[in-house]
Design a protein around this ligand. Structure first.
Ligand SMILES: CC(=O)[C@@H](O)[C@H](O)COP(=O)(O)O
Ligand SMILES: NCC(=O)COP(=O)(O)O
Length: 247
């Protein structure tokens, strides 16, 4: 692929720190401004149904703060559809949500939820919002995304990340191969593949080296690193690693 691999920075966990005290510091909007200034390609924000981090009023402020495209992550519900249509982000990525989960645990069952998802996907697209489905790197889910006419899929890299943390290099290699194979198939199907969840300095390069991928969405690790080195340096380092992987 000739296109440069984009970095979408997920600023959810700046809001997690803010909400820990119920105030307005650190402001995720300031994070978005830093991401824009340092050359990030987009902002990702997950407005969860329980509002545990990003809140409704953050969305408009983020959109006003920078010209970067906003990728709104949302559950596939009527509530979130109405919010997306009101804010008209550049993109909406439909992700599965369970209230009890600590973080996103897997991909959306696009195949099993076709009838529920179709009107939401098509309404978003009709309003000029680029739709992405957050799915496992699985052919059945990819075919379901095609049936839903989703322009983008974002492959869940959580299992790849967990395998690395477990020191299970064979499992990590299998996950990487699966993501690479599905990225290639997505392109053949006319779907733009992205990837994200659990990516770090240590594990990002093999994913970034997959030539069919157009975008990585990375958040929790960058916010963690920012605690020690600052958000600008954290994003710069991740950007450099992604560029090294494509060199
Ligand atoms: C879908 C995804 O992988 C990220 O948006 C992740 O959900 C970050 O938010 P949480 O850490 O609240 O899950
Ligand atoms: N969709 C993945 C994302 O936005 C960021 O996930 P993470 O890096 O916070 O795990």
């Amino acid at each position: 692929m000739s296109e440069r691999l984009r970095l979408g920075v997920n600023i959810d966990h700046v809001a997690t720190i803010r909400n820990a005290r119920g105030g307005d510091h650190p402001d995720p909007v300031r994070a978005a401004e830093i991401v824009a200034a340092v050359g990030g390609d987009g902002i990702t924000a997950h407005l969860r149904e329980d509002r545990r981090h990003i809140r409704d009023d953050d969305l408009e402020r983020i959109q006003k703060a920078t010209d970067l495209p906003l990728n709104l992550e949302m559950a596939g519900t009527e509530e979130m559809l109405a919010i997306a249509l009101a804010h008209k982000p550049h993109a909406a990525c439909i992700v599965p949500e369970k209230r009890e989960e600590r973080t996103t645990e897997g991909g959306l069952d696009a195949a099993g939820l076709h009838n529920q998802l179709a009107p939401i996907v098509w309404k978003l697209a009709d309003h000029g919002i680029r739709v992405s489905l957050f799915i496992e790197a699985d052919e059945r889910q990819l075919e379901a995304a095609q049936r839903l006419r989703s322009a983008v899929v974002e492959f869940h890299t959580g299992e790849y990340a967990h395998a690395g943390l477990d020191g299970d290099s064979e499992r990590a290699a299998r996950e990487l191969e699966r993501i690479a194979r599905m990225s290639k198939l997505a392109r053949e199907m006319g779907i733009e593949p992205h990837a994200g969840h659990g990516l770090t300095y240590e594990n990002v390069k093999p994913i970034a080296a997959i030539p069919e991928l157009a975008e990585l969405n990375i958040g929790h690790y960058l916010v963690g690193e920012a605690v020690f080195v600052g958000l600008e340096a954290a994003v710069r380092r991740m950007r450099d690693l992604m560029d090294e992987a494509r060199a």
